[in-house]
Design a protein around this ligand. Structure first.
Ligand code: PNW
Length: 510
């Protein structure tokens, strides 16, 4: 392939979608304020000591429920085009079903209005893992088909209310995502393994595997229902998709067995949800490995799911190496407690020559290695090989980011803000995305950096920092880090100069 230096002067089109990302649970705080009901992630750290690495909670986090007006002025002052965030289901429907919390809905009215007045484009995720706790107690949440109707009701309510926050001139405003990374069904939707201790998760299936695939199944049914309603009843015209967690996988050797292992990992990461999207059903390798643990669709359901996303949204952070399982596929497939189940592949971050695939991330993100070179071949692979049927729909890199290990070692503000490893990762990643687009002809239409600022990193807590802005957890002051300027300069260099000014000593939200 041509050298990346050839894209130094390349410009991105005006409708290229870019910005920073967050999720409600991770940034909002106000966990029990103004009528909000508990989500499983509010409950978890209070119920089980050590369920979060540093025993922090998301009770306050970056307090954006109250500070959002400062946040959007800051985005505007920095010149950031779009903000990808999620709505909290238990904030607007506190018990998942039943009464609507008008104060919660009013909060998002103000929030959308505020973004609009600052000319920041809204990219909205309806569900980013904060399952209303009450739904676990009433029917086991994502292990029950009952959740489909409850999610669809919530989604319609939000889209009817906020579907008007659309600037017709801009192709990608507003993007709707139904779900964030259903690949983490069960464990992130429930806080697994602690969530598996919730009453209704007891005794389901084999080691939680059955629960995970039921969860994926109901996620797909709920997504397809919302998509069908949005396009055919609501007559919505904006793009809708769901965000997928998947990474570039290379084989450990040139053997056929390792090539098959790569295929199985791709089928597990991309095909579990992407297969039904492109073909109406799960990939063959998932069916043969999982057998009855994988639910089946009716023909009507298949028809509804097929085609139910307008582009592929990729949360692609890193890369991995895959090899065949030591005892063969048959032995693994027969044993759902095999550590390599269900992909039945061994994944690694050390190359055959003994070198790691890249510099590693923070102790709270051991899965994450700085491998920016992987995104370029991966984007080509997705468009040309894995999803050739949907070529032309485009790919948005809906999240990428890095937890700079230096930030947990240093403790003065100046050092924390000097996040050179994140800056380096971001530069490399963006260069490779541009190379995929300009030199390899991949239709990549947007990219979002995780995260707008430091936040609650799920089971790794507040101590694992992904932000392009630092948050002082006592004063709640925000400061841009070096990586934020690297990010912004890169977009300026490539034709996205958002000359904006704003006074960021803004009033508190409400
Ligand atoms: C994403 N992986 O999760 C989530 O959408 C965010 O909420 C989260 O804070 C962020 O990434 C950083 O972790 C991922 O193993 C979790 O490749 C795991 C992977 C990727 C994304």
């Amino acid at each position: 392939p041509a050298y990346i230096s050839e894209v130094e002067d390349a410009k991105l089109p005006d409708d290229f979608l870019w910005g920073v990302a967050s999720a409600a649970l991770q940034v909002e705080g106000a966990a029990a304020d103004e009528g909000k009901g508990p989500s499983v992630w509010d409950f978890l750290p209070h119920r089980w000591a050590n369920s979060v690495l540093d025993n922090t909670t998301a009770d306050v986090a970056a307090n954006s429920y109250y500070l959002y007006k400062q946040d959007s002025l800051r985005l505007k002052a920095l010149g950031i085009q779009s903000y990808s965030f999620s709505i909290s289901w238990p904030r607007v429907i506190p018990f998942g079903k039943g009464p609507v919390n008008e104060q919660g809905v009013k909060h998002y009215d103000d929030f959308f209005e505020d973004l609009l007045s600052n000319d920041i484009k809204a990219v909205v995720t309806l569900f980013h893992w904060d399952t209303p706790l009450a739904l676990f107690n009433s029917y086991g949440a994502w292990t029950s088909e009952e959740i489909v109707a409850d999610f669809v009701r919530y989604a319609k309510l939000m889209i009817e209310r906020y579907g008007t926050y659309i600037l017709p001139s801009y192709k990608y405003t507003t993007v709707w995502y139904t779900f964030n990374e259903p690949q983490y069904c069960n464990w992130r939707f429930s806080g697994y393994p602690y969530g598996s201790l919730l009453p209704s998760y007891n005794g389901i299936g084999t080691g939680g595997v059955k629960a995970a695939f039921l969860c994926g199944h109901y996620t797909l049914l709920a997504h397809a229902e919302v998509y069908d309603w949005y396009k055919n009843v609501f007559k919505g015209t904006k793009p809708m998709s769901f965000k997928n967690s998947a990474n570039w996988i290379t084989p450990n050797s040139t053997s056929a067995a390792d090539a098959e292992a790569v295929q199985r990992v791709n089928d597990y990461n991309m095909g579990w949800f992407g297969g039904p999207w492109t073909d109406g059903d799960y990939p063959e390798s998932l069916r043969s490995t999982l057998g009855d643990l994988l639910p089946t669709f009716t023909q009507e359901q298949k028809d509804k799911i097929k085609g139910s996303a307008d582009f592929y949204a990729l949360d692609g952070y890193t890369a991995n190496i895959a090899a065949a399982p030591p005892n063969g596929i048959a032995a693994c497939a027969a044993n759902s407690s095999d550590p390599n189940f269900p992909s039945c592949a061994v994944t690694a971050t050390v190359q055959p020559d003994g070198f790691p695939i890249g510099p590693n991330s923070d102790a709270g993100a051991t899965w994450l290695w700085s491998t920016p070179g992987g995104i370029r071949p991966y984007l080509s692979f997705i468009e040309n090989e894995y999803f050739p049927k949907v070529k032309g729909k485009g790919i948005v890199v809906s999240e990428f980011g890095f937890a700079d290990p230096a930030e947990s070692q240093f403790n003065t503000l100046g050092q924390i803000l000097w996040d050179l490893r994140r800056a380096d990762y971001i530069q490399g990643f963006l260069d490779n995305i541009l190379a995929a687009r300009v030199l390899d002809g991949v239709n990549v239409t947007g990219v979002f950096a995780w995260a707008i600022y430091d936040n609650f990193e799920w089971n790794s807590g507040l101590g694992t920092k992904f932000g392009l802005q630092y948050v002082n957890l006592t004063s709640q002051e925000r400061h841009p880090k070096a990586s934020m300027f690297q990010f912004l300069n890169w977009f300026k260099l490539h034709g996205q100069d958002q000359t904006a000014t704003a006074n960021i000593t803004a009033p508190i939200g409400h």
